[in-house]
Design a protein around this ligand. Structure first.
Ligand code: 5AD
Ligand code: SF4
Length: 440
């Protein structure tokens, strides 16, 4: 049996996809190895969302080409968003053996076989209905406690900066029955925290227009939450234009739906939001935040921010900092704008903020967020939270770490505790990144 090593870059969706690939290959005469040195085939699951993610992969391919001189049998494949974006140029320029886009994973056994006959093999067709819903993914590199379930694929929002609608294609939702089954199955195996994934989960819809049979995202969340009160349910990502009262009420209603919402704002300026094709204004965004604060006062909120989008003025940038402070985000993912070929922004707007200025604005944003995260954590000192123990602390092997419902990491003494256990802890110290607590 030939051995396949799967290396994953990018978002949580890619991690879930690697599990699907693992399952497809392991039921088709390949075994999955966790040791790249013994691999006959290396598959790299890639991200195309920013240029630096792609640069990393090109460098990795350069190194693997050197390795292939020593191991002539070794085949290298690129799968995922970069495969979809760059297609056969990966074969011609990076000398990759296999190229498979996000909707071509069922073809991988065939594609690998073809490459073994020294034929370059590629499939980057996008599908309108592939959801892999019948495949129970393999849990790769799992802690056996937390898992991702992808509930839909693709995106049709066409935010002007974003390559995802082109690399992942049309939006399609999975049958809720298969999602609940997968979640139950994970729970039975001891998993206690699952995250339902989609590029825009608020537009999840199954059996649209069929009355009682129609399932929207709020209903799906409730169905998964009802599996067992000991199963924590999370989700990512929400689009601010679509987050509904019904969803917020559902989160409030079930104790085991985590009180944490990731609501990417991208910019605090209406001018930028318009150019980004985000389809909401800052006032509309604020209104949704107010709904959340009203219905779920203990909810934590995080965001994504892009610094230095096309023609962003200092005033636009200041407005981003204002919205950050207004919301008081608990955490944030912050990026410099990276122009992606083929997107609306690349066609319509000039990428005219210098690299140096993008870096300066990003650093300012990061500094503001560090302060906000610290403030948010300081407010938790003295409070008690239930945490789910997920692993050993990376810095200190006499400690364990877990997360609370709000998605904050809390470090505690090991004692006799085991992974997967729930524990009540009182927070007594913090940094901007971590809380420290003691069992009570
Ligand atoms: N440049 C910078 N950041 C981007 N994102 C998406 N596309 C780009 C781009 N071209 C960010 C957005 C999105 C997150 C997943 O990645 O903030 O929410
Ligand atoms: Fe990209 Fe916007 Fe779709 Fe998110 S919602 S994947 S940012 S196009």
């Amino acid at each position: 049996m030939k051995k396949v090593f799967i290396e994953t870059y990018g978002c949580q969706m890619n991690q879930a996809d690697s599990g699907i690939v693992g399952k497809i290959l392991s039921t088709s005469n390949y075994s999955i190895t966790m040791d790249e040195n013994e691999a006959d085939i290396i598959l790299i699951n890639t991200c195309a969302v920013r240029d630096n993610a792609e640069k990393r992969i090109h460098n990795r391919l350069h190194d693997l080409n050197a390795l292939r001189k020593k191991k002539s049998y070794l085949k290298v494949g690129i799968i995922g968003c970069m495969a979809e974006r760059l297609k056969d140029s990966l074969i011609n320029e990076d000398r990759v053996d296999i190229v498979a886009g996000p909707d071509s994973y069922r073809k991988l056994p065939e594609l690998i076989k073809k490459s073994e006959k020294n034929n370059a093999s590629i499939d980057v067709n996008l599908s309108e209905d592939e959801t892999y819903q019948d495949i129970i993914p393999m849990e790769i590199n799992s802690n056996n406690i937390t898992a991702f379930i992808s509930i839909m694929r693709g995106c049709e929002n066409f935010c002007s900066y974003c390559v995802v609608p082109y690399t992942r294609g049309k939006e399609r939702s999975r049958d809720p029955k298969t999602i609940v089954e997968q979640a139950k199955n994970l729970f039975d195996k001891g998993y206690r925290d699952i995250t339902l994934l989609g590029q825009n989960v608020n537009s999840y819809i199954y059996n649209k227009g069929e009355g009682e049979k129609e399932v929207n995202f709020a209903r799906l969340m409730a169905m998964v939450a009802q599996i067992n009160p000991l199963l924590r349910v999370r989700f990512a990502t929400s689009h601010p234009k679509d987050i509904s009262r019904e969803l917020i009420d559902t989160i409030a209603k079930y104790d085991n739906i985590c009180k944490y919402i990731h609501l990417p704002v991208q910019s605090g300026s209406n001018n930028m939001l318009k150019k980004m094709n985000r389809k909401y204004t800052i006032d509309e965004y604020k209104e949704k935040i107010s709904w959340i604060r009203q219905a779920i006062p203990e909810c934590s909120i995080s965001t994504d921010i892009i610094a230095g989008f096309c023609s962003e003025t200092i005033e636009d940038h200041k407005q981003t900092i204002e919205i950050m402070k207004w919301v008081g985000y608990d955490s944030a993912y912050m990026f410099k704008y990276s122009q992606r070929p083929g997107t609306l922004a690349a066609k319509k707007y000039e990428d005219d903020i210098t690299e140096q200025e993008k870096t300066r604005r990003l650093e300012e944003i990061i500094d503001v967020q560090r302060e906000l995260s610290l403030k948010s954590n300081q407010k938790d000192i003295g409070k008690t939270f239930e945490i789910l123990i997920e692993g050993e602390s990376k810095r200190d092997n006499t400690k364990l770490f877990g997360r609370n419902s709000q998605n904050k990491v809390i470090i505690v003494d090991k004692g006799n505790h085991k992974l997967g256990e729930y524990l009540n802890v009182k927070v007594n110290n913090c940094t901007s990144a971590t809380l420290f607590g003691e069992e009570i």
